[in-house]
Design a protein around this ligand. Structure first.
Ligand SMILES: [Zn+2]
Length: 145
């Protein structure tokens, strides 16, 4: 049995993180209700993920906007066999996809590093992410005219 789990649950109530079943007196490493594997661990009392989530959302909105447009045009071209994607459309969509998508990929791979930064840096990243998303939308709007 996992280190300390049995002892921890021997005399206190604890809800299964998956299904909420009371695990008091558990004798195995599996939740008897949902069959999930359990381990005893350390976690944050109050995770401070607001800036991280705001940054991910901003970049995902910006990059997702371009990805959706590109996906729509590609599916339309494939479904109707109407030749290739016009280069000017790619010029309108690809920069936003790259400018928002690359930092998003880096951020998702480096969440722990992001969370070590000072609060003002994290908030600045969130603001920049949403500015990039807005800039991407404005760039596309200006390009389509
Ligand atoms: Zn459970």
């Amino acid at each position: 049995m996992g280190f300390g789990l049995k002892e921890f649950l021997s005399d206190q109530d604890a809800a299964c993180p998956s299904c909420g079943y009371n695990l008091r007196g558990l004798t195995s490493q599996m939740c008897p209700e949902c069959q999930e594997h359990l381990v005893l661990g350390v976690r944050l009392a109050e995770p401070k993920l607001k800036a991280f989530i705001a940054t991910v959302l901003g970049l995902a909105v910006g990059g997702g906007f371009s990805a959706m447009l590109l996906g729509y045009v590609l599916v339309d071209k494939l479904a109707r066999s109407r030749g290739s994607v016009p280069p000017d459309f790619l010029q309108a969509v690809l920069p936003g996809l790259i400018v928002c998508g690359v930092p998003l990929a880096v951020l998702l791979n480096g969440r722990r590093t992001f969370c070590r930064w000072d609060g003002w840096i994290r908030i600045t990243c969130a603001v920049l992410a949403w500015l990039l998303a807005a800039g991407n939308l404005l760039y596309f709007t200006a390009f389509v005219r």
